[in-house]
Design a protein around this ligand. Sequence first.
Ligand code: F6R
Length: 607
Amino acid sequence: MCGIVGILGRGAVAPLVVDALKRLEYRGYDSAGVATLENGHLERRRAEGKLRNLELKLSHAPLTGAIGIGHTRWATHGRPNETNAHPHATDKLAVVHNGIIENFRALRDDLQAKGVVFDTETDTEVVAQLVTDELRQGRSPTEAVAATLPKLRGAFALVFLFEGEEDQLIGARHGAPLAIGYGEGEMYFGSDALALAPFTDEISYLEDGDWAVLSRSGATIRDAQGHPVERARQTIPAGSAVASKGNHRHFMAKEIYEQPEVVGRTIAHYVDFSRCAVRLPELPFSFRDVSRLSISACGTAYYAGLVARYWFERLARLPVEIDVASEFRYREVPLDPGQVALFVSQSGETADTLASLRYAKDQGQHTLAVVNVPTSTMARDSAVVAPTLAGPEIGVASTKAFTCQLSVLLALAIGAGRQRGTLTEADERRLVEVLAAVPSLMTEALRSEGEIETVSREIAKAKDVLYLGRGTSYPLALEGALKLKEISYIHAEGYAAGELKHGPIALIDEAMPVIVIAPHDAVFEKTVSNMQEVAARGGRILLITDRRGAAEAAMDTMSTLVMPDCDPVVAPLVFAVPAQLLAYHTAVFMGKDVDQPRNLAKSVTVE
Ligand code: F6R
């Protein structure tokens, strides 16, 4: 993962590098570092932990050079300490790296056999030493990088800064994103446009295998074969700058509260309210001709896909296969040409999901990506893009992106149902009306925050928590458990309520809260029976239901959270809100770093 930056500036660049790194902290925050040329000589400042530690170091020992590179790390090789922090350097260069060099051991062994001594446990230092080895043989920086890149295997993006080279940065992209920013007498490298938003809105994206040499007057880009190539410049909308927390304590809270607005905006993009009809993106196929839909995604996006399976199968009678992308990519799934492969991703940069997309393309599938970052690799690589309009999501735990993904997926399922003739015009009209009500239902769900905050104090005492749900509430149970564990570090598991008696019921005791997500839908009574089984064994239940469910369940619970009544088809959108708020308040009460939980990163660009 990791975020990388390079700046050829007109004055001291270290503060600008740090500013850009702040926008990339979503990619990792285990350590950070910056290197500049001070009167032609390489100097570095690095610090373990969050960027503020690096800022503190820089305030005691400032860097003033007008050319520099920076890095924020999500550790893969080597502990997240200062020694392993980037930039890595030799006496001839410094380098920042995002990704993994898969053959680093073999390369390191070769270098060690030549007498090279390594200071760190990282794969990145191998790159620094390889290029240095080429330089020692009398090659120029450009020649040395050109000679090194073909030796590297894996997915990576790199930016190099060379001793004595005041007007040159070299960057390379192989499987991990890298963008070039064009300024007035200034040039930039960045992992994405967001990093460079305060400096320039003119961006070009390197393609796989490309590498580029920057000077203050421009960029020379070459492809993997070394041929000069042009990559189109794009103007990135100003709105991509980092958002502020507004009146909220955390980005996560702000993003939870933004949901009625961004879900409303996303729904409006896919619905023609004057005709009460869904507006599908332009598709090179008709769902009528499709016999199977395969969905791949990771984490929360995968859970959105799991919910969508119920929708596509029920509303469009379209069989769905769904996989976590890390399994799909290696499963060697046989796919009949001309079918549809759908990918769901907030960042559009998740390595496993991207690899699955490429696999599906090679298998002759129509590719359709539900993506939040419009400039991402996935948005560029997929034949059709169905955007989610959540805006930048900064909190590491996904919230508003999830509900926007659900909105798009439901609209697609309705559209598919119309094309396949499983929904009539009247059905579509009714479903569109149901969709249109979602933002106000979410606003109502947010009003339970006070009660959720109170009950979160009970959850905070638990070591383990079980989430149960049936139908579309089952993936929601998985998502609720994921939210809780990733930000509070309480162990939590989601189960299909009907599976309880096949094993997990053995865990039930007074110490383990059981959170049951049960809107009043077709399987509500079945879920109530499962709750009875929990209660009979002394389990403490937190029931999240709606008004009808609360009236009918008539159960003794630890607490019952009552959401507004809604059509069961949109219940996952509405019930996501209490699941998110519960995880949020539990983690806040426990004093955890809600926006940047340990060991995680917002964009997972390694497999
Ligand atoms: C959890 C979370 C992750 C992501 C997953 C996929 O809160 O955010 O599980 O959903 O890493 O990321 P994207 O959607 O960027 O492909």
